[in-house]
Write a protein that binds this ligand. Structure first.
Ligand code: ADP
Length: 262
């Protein structure tokens, strides 16, 4: 499924400054786009506009060429799934119940889940390796496990576009790898993924496209290796950084080392 933003601009009410100014990007099936920028640049605002939680001041979001505003909310959430940041304590639902919430757009508020819903939940649990802990309470899981539950909930919805807000923040190294590898696998299955991140190295490793935002509202979009450059990092983040290549059993991996503030 294609998702595009054309000429998107946004400012908060009673604020003169445009947080987002003439935003343009487009993704197709299999694409992963990382959204980067310093604190306050507008990464969260961008996701909120994209998902329709905030209204673009100018411009539009298109899903397979159709304007977001012409798609009903229920249809939109069947096409697009959102994985929010893990900020609050998880609810006292079991893993299975939490993943079933991803099906609510399919079976309606007053009906019970049907055979298809149970099947989609089981598939998402197996896919993410959560089938072994399906009966455990989310409130008793580690941060990494709970993040995976939120991804499984998105998979159960069978949406074709996945938007994740800092999916690896607050996770240790192993869980960061597991979560981002899962995003890559999902994209390989013809889904379109967008994630916000604080780590340029994660964009270089997992995203084929990148979108960089500056505090003055400017943006750069394109293939990751053209966007995540030492110059762009220094211009946008105000930091001198070195991009280097590391040899590993997994092949060559690019890393970004921040050297000094400018
Ligand atoms: P990021 O996610 O990149 O840190 P945000 O999207 O949260 O940035 O914020 C971008 C800018 O918009 C910041 O200057 C922030 O202060 C401002 N902002 C964010 N939310 C609101 C709001 N609800 N009302 C007014 N200004 C806001």
């Amino acid at each position: 499924m294609k998702i595009e933003v054309k000429n998107g601009s946004f400012s908060y009410p009673k604020k003169d400054r445009l947080v987002l100014d003439k935003i343009n990007f487009g993704l197709s099936e299999g694409d992963i786009m990382a959204v980067l920028g310093p604190n306050g640049a507008g990464k969260t605002t961008l996701l909120r506009c994209l998902l329709g939680f905030l209204k673009w001041k100018t411009g539009e979001t298109l899903i397979d060429g159709e304007n977001r505003t012409n798609i009903t909310t229920q249809d939109f959430w069947k096409k697009v799934s959102y994985v929010p940041q893990v900020r609050e304590k998880p609810p006292a639902y079991t893993v299975e119940e939490m993943v079933m919430l991803g099906r609510s757009g399919h079976f309606g508020a007053f009906s019970r889940p049907g055979h298809k819903d149970v099947e989609a939940v089981n598939k998402a649990l197996e896919r993410t390796g959560l089938d072994k802990i399906a009966k455990r309470l989310c409130s008793e899981l580690s941060g990494g496990e709970y993040q995976m539950v939120l991804i499984a909930r998105a998979l159960a919805s069978e949406a074709k576009v996945l938007v994740l807000d800092e999916p690896e923040s607050n996770l240790d190294f192993k869980n960061q790898l597991m979560v981002l590898n899962m995003v890559k696998e999902i994209a390989n299955e013809e889904m379109t993924c967008i994630f916000n991140t604080h780590y340029p190295a994660h964009a270089l490793r997992w995203a084929n496209l990148s979108f960089m935002l500056s505090r003055s509202g400017e943006s750069i979009f394109g293939p990751t290796e053209e966007v995540i450059t030492e110059k762009n990092i220094s211009d946008l983040f105000g930091v001198r950084a070195v991009i280097g290549q590391v040899e590993s059993e997994e092949g060559k991996i690019l890393d970004v080392v921040p050297v000094a503030p400018l």
